[in-house]
Structures are given as structure tokens and as C-alpha cells.
Ligand binder design. Structure first.
Ligand code: SER
Length: 885
């Protein structure tokens, strides 16, 4: 038997042998088409190559493309499990020509591969062509030798393939395989065509036109080819089975699900096992491509797929979470072809386990409610929408899960009633929000969120992508169009991070090929769900419904990521070094720096700062991958994650683990921010300041990466400049500066002594001011420029000692201010007081007061130029006192 893996390989080998580039599957989340939820055909990643917007190094290619049809336009979810050929996830084999070969070669390749390489019986093959395509009709005759009866002209859209209302399109030709007359059904175009006997296996699209709003508007630059063959279908044909679920890959997955649940895989259980096998593939591949369960957008489609499988596991009697235990089989079946599956295996397992554990907590109660509600219903009845809403809201049953559960009983659900209940709940939420005192300007955000749901954030995995404009806001009001000037732009999805959790919003550009160019200066996150691009339109115009290309300033984002991850590491380092009382009190993560506030009673010592820096840098050098998981807040905290007290977390949180210490993660925190892939991306960590914010809260400001390097370089530069002034090496700078400071101190002392000596006449060569006689009392009065006021008392004491009996008044003038001290020798205290005398001097200096003891008093004043007047004032006061005595 040819395995599915062999078939995939042989398809790609064949076309590679024919000169085609072997192109790996693109991720399931399309980045070039915002209207598409998931890649749902092999040509999607090549859309812009067909239209000529993008060029590649090759003109022919072949791929095996991962596809999901479970949401958006193509949704096969409801049928999976109940038919032979519906899947949520499947692989599309395709060969493509971008203006290289056309119809003839395409038909030739298909026929050669099917009948010569793979040996299919030509008699079992039938082709269809678009009814007017005589050329294709003739080519099938010529190349395949098919009789005219097996080349069927189809006049309907079935044989005109278009990617969507907008995009490349053209007539197509489909190849059908006849599974044999033991199965009911007729050839395409016949009344029995809906039967299962003739199965379409390959679609060759002759891409020629471009359509807009379903109308052909132009021709493609060159006629091209897009073919698509469902791998699961061709595997069934080549393995001689009729049912996709009987091919090797599915048989292995179903056998494992039977073994783990200890149930038979046929009969009543068949649908459940098929659902589980199919949904396991979809879930595994979606998680591997960056989608995680959520309550909006792609994440919600994934959640619906997962929960649908989980309900079937419950039907099979599984007592414990099942899905994650099936992941090893999935990886062993498909991991060789898709290495992303192997890389993501731990994440896939953890995500499935988490989702199933959570869902099981409410699953049985929900099912009980459903049983009660349906007990009185008969086949053909409809479940009230309100009950379906309660199941959704309280028990986490996605709408289609309830539908699926009722399907077996031939019952339906009242969709309109469900929608009405949902609308009512939203209205209540808005009323509650308003009651909390929110501004009226929030209304515009509520309207947008009600209409379109939250913005899907694609920026964890990329910094570029397309988005469809869902709303425009100018001066606080919604508008349909905007041009030149400022506008807030909202798209259905965006890689731009909206400011939250201390991390600043992204900046970048936004534009399209119709001339729109806008700068995004900032992104905010109103209601915590919308990403609002604050843009300045530089040229062109933008309208609701437009598709725009969004490009985050990736350098800036990388800096922000490095800084954000560094806050986690510094948080852990501070706790390790200072103790568990340290908790984050706030942060600001900007591109050029970050600050981190934390609880701690005292300033960090230089040693503590050095230790924290060393610890964080050691983690950076380990360069270990940063891991992200999705958990409930409770589980995350139980698993040791740091949560911010007072912060409101949603139903599920991202848990970031970073670095390692003693075989444990170094830092585990709940965080919705964007982070580095591995700690080495932070490069360098440097604390540049540490200070108090308020009592008990400290703030660290720090740099990483290039900013840290530049800071260190600038510091080094300062050091070298200093060394050069000192004519020393940088290493000698500290000792030299210390010596200089010491020398200066010594010189200052000497200078002061010299000045004093000069003033007092002691030891100096200049004539000292000798005592004069004022009313019979010896008086020394002198102004000394530059004398340190601290020296004043000593100088007065010395002068007193020298005169033996008398009064001394000295004024020291420094930087325009004057200080004065007056001394009276012991023998004169009965008739004179230094306190009275100094007051006279202080007044002359423009100051106030002055005081001390009768033998020594001091004061000062702002008018340094009046030293002589101050001395005169003392002299006069002394004269007055002696006269009075
Ligand atoms: N695009 C076509 C399809 O999806 C052929 O690949 O059927």
C-alpha cells in the first residue's frame, strides 16, 4: 500500500523533476488576505504572484498546502464525522504556473502523474471542462485519449473557479475517479452526480482573469495554472478504499483513539472517532501555526473545534482528558512532513490538556441541562435560543456544539433566539460599564466592538500583515472615509500591539496599492479588545471595507520586546536577591528604555544593583527559548506564575516562562505583552538609575541591547576624556582623582591658614592690623576676603589672645556674603557684650539678628561689600558703650 506520506512525497518529487520549485506549506493563518480566516486552498499563498503584485525567483511551483475549512466562507465543520470526505483540516497538493505553461502542459502533467506514475486505470477517469472551453475539451482528447463521452461540459460555476469575489479566477477542468458501480452515483452533470461513486480528485484551474465584486475586470498579466488535489481523497483512491477515514493516517489516529478510550471504532462510535481524529489534526496544526483558543476570531474557531472533539471524547466515555494523549500519534504520522508539528508538540499537548480540563469542569452540567431541555422535545423540534445561549454563556458550549449534540436526535436550535439573547447580554454589559462612570466618548468603541467583536491580534508571530478596515474614527465620531490628516483606523486584524500592561503601543505604517500612505504613531487598546491605530494619513484616502497592509516598525518593536522581557528577568532577579516581598508595582516599557517599580523598603546598595545586573545578564547569556502557554489564571498561579495583584485577568492568560535556575524556569509570569524568542535577544542589561517613587516603592530605570551598548560606550568615552585630561590611563583615573581631591583639600587648608596668618599678622610678612584704642579699650577690627566662615571663631580667639585685653571684630567675605564674629576678652565682660556688638555689625551687613555668648558672638548678612561699614558699626557701638561705662 502506498502511504499518504509516500503519496505527498511522490507528488512533490514528480513536479520537482519537472522543474517546479518545491515550496513548503505556508502557515494556516494567511498574512496576505485579511478577509480569509484560514488558508483554504493551495493557491492562497500565491495570490499576489498570480496578480503580478509580487514576484518570486521561480515561475513554476508545487506544494502540499495545509488547509482549514472551519470558519469564514468555507465551513465544513458541521459535516465532519458524518460523511466520507469532509474535513476541517486537509492537505491540498498543487502545481502552479505563474505565466509559464498553460492548459496543455497542465493537463499533460496531471494525466502523466495519475496514469503513468501512479498507475491509475484511465478507464476510471472522467474529466469536466467549462462548457465553452473547446480548447480544454480538445486537449483531453488529444493528450489523454479520453472518449468524448468522458469529457463533460459543465455550464455552471462548478467549472469556473474564483478565489472569492475579488481575486484571480478562470475556467477549470476537474478530474473525477469512478470508485465502481457498487457505490451509488453518476458522473458529473448527470442526475445522480450527488452520489458518492464519482469523486472529484483534482481541479485544474486555468487562471486568466481578475475579478472584483464577482465581475471580471481585467486579465491576469499572463495566463497561469493553479491545480488542487485533496491528499486525503487521492490517498483513498491509491489505497483502494472509498472513504478518506479509511486511509492509513486516519486509521492510525482512530485506532489510537479507540485504544485510549477502550472503545470500538465502528458502529455508533464511528462518528465520534472520526470527529476526534479530524479535529485533532486541525487543533494540532492550528496551535503549531500560532493560533491559541480564545473567545474571538480564529482562536474561537479553534476552541469550537477542540470542544466539539472533547464532547465526542466524553460520549465515548473518556473519564480523563483525551485529546492531548493523541498528540504523539499525530506527530508520528505527520511530523516528518511538517516539522512545525514536532517543534510545537509540547505546546499542542499543554493547550489541549488545558482546554479539555477546563471544558470538562462544565461539560457534564451543560449536558445535563441539555438533556433536561430536550426530554420533552421530539424529533423535528427546535431548542429555544435562550437555552443554547445559557449553554454557551455558562457552560462554554459553542453554538455549533449544541447543534452537533442535537443533530443525532434530529433536532435543531433557534439561531435567532440565540442571537437575541447574546445581543441582550451585550447591551447589559454596556449599561454596566456606563454605570461605572465611563465617558460618553467610550460609546463609539462600544458600537464598534458590538458590531465587529474585538480586533484579532496577529502580532505575537509577525510584524506585518493585511487587515480589513472595519471602522474609522475622526474627532471622536465614526466616519466612512478619511483623507489627509489624523484618523483612528480599526481593522479586523492587526500585528500592531495596543498599549497595555505597561507596554507602549506599536508604531509603523499602513497603506495599500491604491496610493494610501499613513503613518501609525501609536496604537491604543480601547475596551481592552480593540486595537486602535492612531494614524496620520500622508497621501491617498481610506474607506471602511478597504484592505490595508499593516507594517509595524520592527526595529522599534524588537527594542520593546527586549525591554519587556528584561522586566520579567529583573523582577525575578530582585526577588531572588532581595526577597519574596518584592512585587511589581508598575512598569513602562518603551523602545529606548524601561522602568520597573517594585516594593522594597530601602535603597538598593551598589552591591545589590551589581548582583541584579549580573543575574539578569547571566540569564540573557543562557539564551534559552522563551515559552508561552495559555492557562486559566488560577492554574497559572498554582503553577507558580507571578500575577499582578489587583490586575484583572480574562478567562485565560498567557503564561511566559523565561530563563532557568536549578532546572526550574527563572521567571514565570502572566503577561499579554510581546517578548523575545530567546533571552539572548536582549543582548545586554544595564541599570542606569535606582530611586524612590514613594514610601516603600523603588524604581529602577534600565536599558537593554543597543541602547545599553550606547550608554556604556558613552560612559567609556567620558572616562577616556577624563584620563586624557589627567594624562593618565583610564585604569589610573580613580587613584589619580582621589589623590587630586586629597591634594586640593590640603591646599585649601594651607590657603586658609595663610589668609588667617596674613590677616592676623602672625607669621605673615604683611603688616598686621594693630590694635587701636577706642575709649581706652584695645580694638582689632578687620575684613578678610575669602576667609572660610568656619575659621572665623578660631581667628577671633587667636586675636583675643594676642591683644590680651580688648575687643576683636572680624568680617569674612565669601561669594558676596559676609560673616562676622566679635570677641570680648574676659576682663571686659562686665562692661561689654559681644552679643550687642555683633548685632550692630549684622545690621550694617543687611542681615538680621546675630548672637552667641558675651565673650563670642556671630552673625552674617547678604551685603558682602559692606565689611568696612560693619567694622565701623562695631567701633561706634564700642565707643558708645565705653562712654556710657
Ligand atoms: N484553487 C483550486 C481549488 O481550490 C485549485 O487548486 O480547488
Amino acid at each position: 500500500m502506498t502511504s499518504t506520506n509516500d503519496i505527498r512525497r511522490s507528488f512533490l518529487d514528480y513536479f520537482e523533476g519537472q522543474g517546479h520549485a518545491r515550496v513548503p506549506s505556508a502557515p494556516l493563518v494567511p498574512h496576505n488576505d485579511p478577509t480569509l480566516m484560514f488558508v483554504n486552498a493551495g493557491m492562497v499563498p500565491f495570490k499576489n504572484v498570480f496578480t503580478g503584485l509580487e514576484s518570486r525567483a521561480y515561475s513554476t511551483a508545487a506544494s502540499s498546502q495545509k488547509c482549514v475549512r472551519a470558519g469564514g466562507k468555507h465551513n465544513d465543520l458541521d459535516n465532519v464525522g458524518y460523511t466520507a470526505r469532509h474535513h476541517t483540516f486537509f492537505e491540498m497538493l498543487g502545481n502552479f504556473s505563474f505565466g509559464d505553461y498553460f492548459k496543455e502542459q497542465a493537463i499533460n502533467h496531471a494525466w502523466t502523474l495519475l496514469t503513468r506514475e501512479w498507475g491509475l486505470d484511465p478507464n476510471r477517469l472522467t474529466a469536466t471542462v467549462y462548457h465553452t472551453d473547446d480548447q480544454a475539451f480538445d486537449l483531453w482528447k488529444k493528450i489523454a485519449g479520453l472518449p468524448e463521452s468522458r469529457i463533460i461540459r459543465i455550464p455552471t460555476k462548478d467549472n469556473f473557479w474564483a478565489m472569492g469575489p475579488d481575486g484571480p479566477c478562470g475556467p477549470c477542468s476537474e478530474i473525477f475517479y469512478d470508485h465502481g458501480d457498487h457505490i451509488w452515483g453518476g458522473p458529473p452533470g448527470s442526475p445522480e452526480e450527488d452520489g458518492d461513486r464519482f469523486v472529484e480528485i483534482w481541479n485544474l484551474v486555468f487562471m486568466q482573469h481578475l475579478q472584483e465584486a464577482d465581475v471580471i475586470v481585467s486579465d491576469l498579466p499572463k495566463p497561469s495554472i493553479d491545480t488542487g488535489m485533496g491528499l486525503e481523497r487521492i490517498a483513498a483512491v491509491l489505497q483502494g478504499v472509498h472513504d478518506n477515514y479509511d486511509t492509513d493516517t486516519f486509521k492510525a489516529l482512530i485506532a489510537e483513539s479507540g485504544a485510549l478510550t477502550r472503545t470500538h471504532t465502528t458502529g455508533d462510535n464511528q462518528a465520534s472517532h472520526r470527529v476526534i481524529a479530524d479535529h485533532l489534526r486541525a487543533s494540532g496544526f492550528l496551535v503549531a501555526d500560532g493560533v491559541l483558543p480564545a473567545n474571538e476570531g480564529r482562536g474561537y474557531v479553534l476552541r469550537r473545534i477542540m470542544r466539539r472533539a472533547m464532547r465526542h471524547a466524553h460520549i465515548l466515555g473518556a473519564k480523563e482528558p483525551l485529546m492531548h494523549r493523541l498528540v504523539p500519534s499525530l506527530v508520528s504520522e505527520m511530523g516528518a512532513a511538517y516539522p512545525e508539528l514536532v517543534r510545537a508538540q509540547p505546546l499542542i499537548e499543554a493547550t489541549l490538556l488545558q482546554e479539555e480540563t477546563r471544558f470538562r469542569q462544565t461539560l457534564s452540567n451543560g449536558l445535563r441541562l441539555l438533556d433536561e431541555a430536550t426530554a420533552s422535545m421530539a424529533e423535528g423540534d427546535t431548542l429555544p435560543g435562550e437555552t443554547a445561549f445559557k449553554l454557551y454563556d455558562t457552560y462554554g458550549f459553542p453554538y455549533d456544539l449544541t447543534e452537533d449534540a442535537l443533530r443525532g436526535h434530529g433536532m435543531a436550535v433557534d439561531r435567532a433566539g440565540f442571537d437575541a439573547a447574546m445581543a441582550e447580554q451585550k447591551a447589559n454589559a454596556r449599561a454596566a460599564w456606563k454605570g461605572s462612570g465611563a465617558k460618553a466618548s467610550e460609546d463609539v468603541w462600544f458600537d464598534i466592538a458590538d458590531e465587529f467583536g474585538g480586533t484579532e491580534f496577529t502580532g505575537y508571530t509577525s510584524t506585518e500583515g493585511e487587515g480589513q478596515v472595519v471602522a474609522l474614527v475622526k474627532d471622536g465620531a465614526r466616519v466612512e472615509k478619511a483623507e489627509a490628516g489624523e484618523a483612528i483606523i480599526l481593522t479586523n486584524q492587526t500585528p500592531f500591539y495596543g498599549e497595555s500592561g505597561g507596554q507602549m503601543g506599536d508604531a509603523g505604517t499602513l497603506g495599500n496599492d491604491k496610493g494610501l500612505k499613513a503613518r501609525v504613531d501609536d496604537t491604543s487598546k480601547p475596551l481592552g479588545r480593540l486595537h486602535a491605530h492612531h494614524a496620520t494619513i500622508e497621501s491617498g484616502e481610506i474607506a471602511v471595507g478597504d484592505t490595508v497592509h499593516l507594517k509595524v516598525d520592527a526595529v522599534r518593536r524588537d527594542q520593546i520586546r527586549a525591554n519587556h522581557s528584561a522586566t520579567h528577568l529583573v523582577h525575578a532577579a530582585l526577588r531572588n536577591r532581595l526577597g519574596g516581598h518584592v512585587t511589581q508595582k508598575g512598569s513602562l516599557v518603551a523602545p529606548d528604555r524601561f522602568r520597573f517599580d517594585f516594593s522594597h523598603p530601602s535603597a538598593l546598595t551598589p552591591q545589590e544593583i551589581a548582583d541584579v545586573e549580573a543575574d539578569v545578564n547571566a540569564q540573557i547569556r543562557r539564551n534559552e527559548a522563551v515559552s508561552t502557554r495559555l492557562m486559566t489564571p488560577d492554574d497559572a498561579i498554582a503553577a507558580g506564575a507571578m500575577a499582578l495583584f489587583g490586575e484583572k485577568y480574562g478567562d485565560e492568560v498567557r503564561v511566559l516562562s523565561m530563563g532557568s535556575l536549578d532546572e526550574l524556569a527563572y521567571s514565570v509570569e502572566l503577561c499579554g505583552g510581546t517578548h523575545v524568542a530567546a533571552t539572548g535577544d536582549i543582548a545586554i542589561f544595564k541599570i542606569v538609575s535606582e530611586a524612590a517613587v514613594s514610601s516603600g516603592v523603588r524604581r529602577i530605570e534600565a536599558l537593554t541591547g543597543e541602547a545599553a551598548r550606547q550608554w556604556l560606550v558613552a560612559r567609556d568615552e567620558r572616562l577616556r576624556e577624563t584620563a586624557s585630561v589627567l594624562k593618565a590611563s583610564p585604569e589610573e583615573v580613580p587613584a589619580r582623582v582621589a589623590a587630586l581631591v586629597e591634594e586640593r583639600r590640603k591646599l585649601e587648608r594651607e590657603l586658609a591658614d595663610a589668609k588667617k596668618a596674613l590677616a592676623m599678622g602672625g607669621g605673615g610678612s604683611a603688616p598686621a592690623a594693630g590694635p587701636e584704642q577706642v575709649g581706652g579699650v584695645a580694638f582689632v577690627g578687620q575684613v578678610i576676603d575669602g576667609l572660610d566662615p568656619k575659621e572665623l571663631r578660631g581667628a577671633v580667639d587667636e586675636a583675643k589672645a594676642r591683644v590680651g585685653s580688648g575687643v576683636v571684630a572680624l568680617v569674612a567675605v565669601n561669594e558676596g556674603r559676609a560673616s562676622v564674629a566679635v570677641g570680648v576678652t574676659q576682663d571686659l565682660l562686665a562692661s561689654h557684650s559681644a552679643v550687642d556688638l555683633v548685632k550692630a555689625a549684622v545690621a550694617a551687613l543687611g542681615g538680621q539678628g546675630g548672637g552667641g555668648r558675651p565673650d563670642m558672638a556671630q552673625g552674617g548678612g547678604p551685603e558682602g561689600g559692606k565689611g568696612a561699614e560693619a567694622i565701623d558699626a562695631v567701633r561706634a557701638a564700642l565707643a558708645e558703650a565705653t562712654a556710657a561705662a
